[in-house]
Design a protein around this ligand. Structure first.
Ligand code: PMP
Length: 360
């Protein structure tokens, strides 16, 4: 068996240990004589899987008791609608547009109320995070929305915006569990798990209890109401059971790694290796304002499209997969999530050095 170094932005690399455990339990989970895929979501065994997963993410993120943790479906994209449908009580929300995912959320919210774009970094192809210390927050805004780590462009908020007392809602899909966060600063934190946490099909929503009400937009489907899922502890209907089981294993793995503070340290070390190389390279260069660089997604270019394509092709042949940049921006992007080992980044940098020598 040979595994590649997978730099995909998502679905993405998972810890090998987790995959092996899942493989060993594939035919018989914990003496049940069946796979978790075959198991009733109302069974005792699954009940324990989902409750343990919840307890572990609560411990990892130090989630206060007045927040619910929901395991949902529909991808992060479904939250673009669910958030305004559930939270726009005044029909107003402020959006900070720092990339395509924030833009999509902003556009979706316009269907349900007045969504204001209060800041944007589109003027420079989303290569930076705007100054959010004194934004024109709307008096009657129900919430302020951000995408905390911009997967496509490789930027990350190093400081949360000053929302002037308004509820902060954050899409953390591509930085989920990569470093400690202070959950109490947010009303809602959510993310699709397929980057840093598990397989595609699960979205985790961490939401403050006072935001979960019956007072939602008229016509909001039952399945799109947070209250439905909160009241039923994420078991209103059949949840993405196997995905939740893998997420649970990743939570255990993260605890074993030393938790989120330890992950941050590891992630900083990995990212530094790559950014330091880019900063001194005569061929490659990073595309992001250094102060706003993501620890998770590292976009870079040679400045020559043909050379970029040659790099991606040769990298693939050498066992470095999915280094092509997002189809809308081109160039390259290395996603170096929690489960990417330091050795993977080291090997990539060595390969880039060699490529530079051969192609300068
Ligand atoms: N938000 C962010 C930050 C993302 O990176 C992505 C997907 N790559 C999405 C939202 C959309 O996620 P999904 O495909 O789960 O709807």
């Amino acid at each position: 068996m040979s595994r590649v170094y997978n730099f995909s932005a998502g679905p993405a690399v998972l810890p090998e240990e987790v995959l092996k455990e899942a493989a060993a339990e594939m035919l018989d989970y914990n003496g049940t004589g069946m796979s978790v895929m075959e198991m009733s979501h109302r069974s005792k065994a699954f009940e324990e899987i989902i409750r343990t997963a919840e307890a572990d993410i609560r411990e990892l993120m130090n989630i206060p008791d007045n927040y619910k943790v929901l395991f949902l479906q529909g991808g992060a994209s479904q939250q673009f609608a669910m958030i305004p449908m559930n939270l726009m009580k005044n029909g107003v929300a402020d959006y900070i547009v720092t990339g395509q995912w924030a833009k999509k959320a902003y556009q979706e919210a316009q269907k349900y109320g007045k969504a204001n774009k209060i800041a944007s970094s589109e003027d420079k192809t989303f290569s930076y995070i705007p100054d959010c210390s004194d934004l024109p927050i709307s008096e009657d805004a129900d919430y302020v929305y951000i995408c905390e780590n911009n997967t496509i462009y490789g930027t990350k908020y190093k400081e949360l915006p000053n929302t002037k007392g308004k509820t902060l809602v954050a899409d953390v899909s591509s930085c989920f569990l990569s470093e400690p966060v202070d959950v109490s600063k947010y009303g809602v934190i959510y993310g699709g798990v397929q980057k840093n946490v598990g397989p595609a099909g699960v979205v985790i929503v961490i939401i403050r209890e006072d935001l979960i009400t019956e007072d939602v937009l008229p016509g909001t489907p039952t399945m799109l109401q947070y209250k439905t899922h909160a009241d039923a502890n994420s078991l209103y209907n059949t949840p993405p059971a196997y995905g939740i089981y893998i997420c649970g294993k990743v939570f255990k793995w993260l605890k074993k790694q030393g938790g989120l503070a330890a992950m941050k340290e590891k992630n900083e070390k990995k990212a530094k290796l790559l950014y330091d190389f880019l900063d001194q390279s005569k061929l490659f260069k990073g595309t992001v304002e250094p102060k706003d660089r993501s620890l998770m997604n590292v976009p870079f270019v040679t400045g020559d499209k043909e050379l970029d394509a040659k790099f991606v092709k040769e990298a693939k042949e050498a066992g470095f997969e999915n280094l092509k940049g997002h189809r809308t921006v081109g160039g390259m992007r290395a996603s170096i999530y929690n489960a990417m080992p330091y050795e993977g980044v080291e090997a990539l940098v060595e390969f880039m050095k060699k490529f530079e020598e051969e192609n300068l």
